[in-house]
Design a protein around this ligand. Structure first.
Ligand SMILES: Nc1ncnc2c1ncn2[C@@H]1O[C@H](COP(=O)(O)OP(=O)(O)OP(=O)(O)O)[C@@H](O)[C@H]1O
Ligand SMILES: [Mg+2]
Length: 444
């Protein structure tokens, strides 16, 4: 007996109950079929599933009626409990072959692969009216397809095609969550992760205050939008601009906002977005935005300047296509129901009309001497240092942002190890700083 109250089992418990029901319906349908009686078919009632189960939520949300549920269970069975379908393997002894009625896909398969015909048989038996009524379940806009990811294999003719379910839906129903697709031109978004935590962020107080405000919105938006009835007026989305020089912590902050609020952060790669194939871009972006809204992701656009830049007048046909795609992107950002963060180094490039679309804009300044000292302490914290290294003095002497300080620490560590020293010296750091300055086109 499974413990249905245990959260890690709740999804499996629901699937088990659903497949037991499917098994009972199959038994009832077969005995009706073989019984040859004129009594109406009376299938067993569908079970009540535990509320917290992904399957129960999908059925409610889609929504799926009993017929839809049964087809979903039929599609799930080969993935989870193929033996549930074994009763369909019974042979028609009169002609020594499988029963056409059951709609098996292949005769040589080790498990019974159901098809659209199997579903029609289960729902309608030999009753043509009922079978035709059940065909509606396979319409492209039916929630069984759009929400539950159940479809018929198109390589086969119509309803004789294999009944399939999208692998990420199976994972979602079994585990309660879905792995997102891998990064690709078709899915130009990548999850941002970090080994650091919120306390590692070293930022001026007013910036932290702004970030607390965003975190508070994420935590309380349900109250504000639903309980206080503000959704119609405010809209569900929240758009934020992070602007500031390179290496001041914009990307890290976006990543940590997700960690702090328990939401996943996805970075959209703008360089992948403008595709040569018109229409493809919109389709690819639509996938990302749809998934982001379903799963409540934070969307992060790095180097968002590309978006503002392309808003001007166009000359070539290529520009016009790029502009059309940017317009689509801006519209999706505008309508997105979650948190969207755009990051840029160039606040001055943004026109006022565009700026007003943000609910918030947070400037990430170059760190002052005090913050730089804190950054040095934090970055050098676990490294073996010579006695002559003084983070406060480093912070006073060199105007560097966090990203540059990280780089300096990296090169200083490499130099120390190349010398076969067991500590990093002030000289290692000085040399690395000079290198970083040269890289940035400055002089030490
Ligand atoms: N304010 C900060 N607090 C703590 N660490 C920081 C901070 N700023 C930068 N860093 C360190 O520098 C690294 C690079 O910073 P990050 O990539 O977030 O900068 P950015 O503002 O996004 O830069 P860019 O504009 O070039 O994209 C971070 O991963 C972090 O280790
Ligand atoms: Mg960045």
């Amino acid at each position: 007996m499974t413990d249905q109250s245990h959260p890690s089992n709740v999804h499996a418990a629901a699937i088990t109950a659903e497949l037991e029901w499917l098994s009972a319906v199959i038994a009832a349908r077969l005995s009706h079929f073989f019984g040859g009686t004129d009594t109406p078919f009376a299938p067993p009632a569908a079970p009540t599933l535990p509320e917290g189960a992904a399957l129960a939520q999908l059925i409610n949300k889609a929504p799926l009626d009993t017929a839809g549920r049964l087809v979903l269970a039929l599609a799930l069975a080969p993935q989870i409990q193929p033996a549930v379908l074994d009763p369909f393997f019974v042979r028609n002894t009169g002609i020594d072959r499988p029963f056409t009625e059951f709609g098996a896909l292949r005769q040589d398969s080790t498990f019974f692969q159901p098809t659209g015909q199997t579903a029609l048989f289960l729902l309608g038996g030999g009753d043509t009216d009922r079978r035709i009524a059940a065909m509606g379940l396979f319409a492209p806009d039916h929630p069984l397809r759009s929400m539950a990811g159940v479809s018929l294999d198109r390589s086969d003719a119509l309803l004789s095609g294999a009944l399939l379910i999208a692998p990420h839906k199976v994972a979602a129903l079994c585990e309660g969550r879905t792995p997102a697709p891998d990064f690709s031109p078709q899915f130009p978004a990548r999850r941002l992760k970090t080994g650091l935590c919120w306390d590692d962020l070293i930022l001026p107080r007013e910036v932290v205050h702004g970030l607390d405000h965003i975190a508070a919105w994420l935590r309380n938006r349900k109250t504000i939008l639903h309980d206080w009835g503000m959704q119609a007026r405010l809209g569900a989305g929240f758009k934020t601009l992070f602007y500031g020089p390179p290496g001041t912590g914009k990307t890290l902050t976006a990543t940590l906002l997700g960690q702090r609020t328990g939401l996943e952060v996805y970075r959209i790669d703008l360089s992948m977005v403008v595709s040569k194939y018109i229409g493809e871009t919109e389709k690819n972006l639509a996938q990302v935005f749809d998934m982001a809204e379903q799963r409540d992701w934070i969307l992060f656009f790095d180097e968002a300047d590309a978006l503002f830049g392309a808003r001007g007048a166009t000359t070539s046909a290529n520009d016009r296509h790029a502009n059309q795609e940017v317009a689509y992107l801006l519209q999706r950002i505008e309508e997105c129901s979650g948190l969207v963060i755009l990051a840029t180094n160039l606040r001055s490039n943004i026109d006022e009309a565009f700026f007003r679309r943000f609910q918030m804009a947070i400037g990430f300044p170059k760190p002052d001497a005090t913050l730089r000292a804190a950054l040095w302490r934090s970055v050098l914290g676990k490294m073996p240092l010579s006695d002559d290294v003084n983070p406060d003095a480093l912070g006073q002497a060199h105007i560097l942002a966090g990203g540059a300080i990280i780089n300096v620490a990296r090169h200083a560590a490499i130099s120390a190890l190349r010398r076969e020293a067991d500590t990093i010296s002030q000289r290692d750091i000085q040399q690395a700083i000079a290198g970083e300055m040269r890289k940035e086109g400055r002089t030490g």
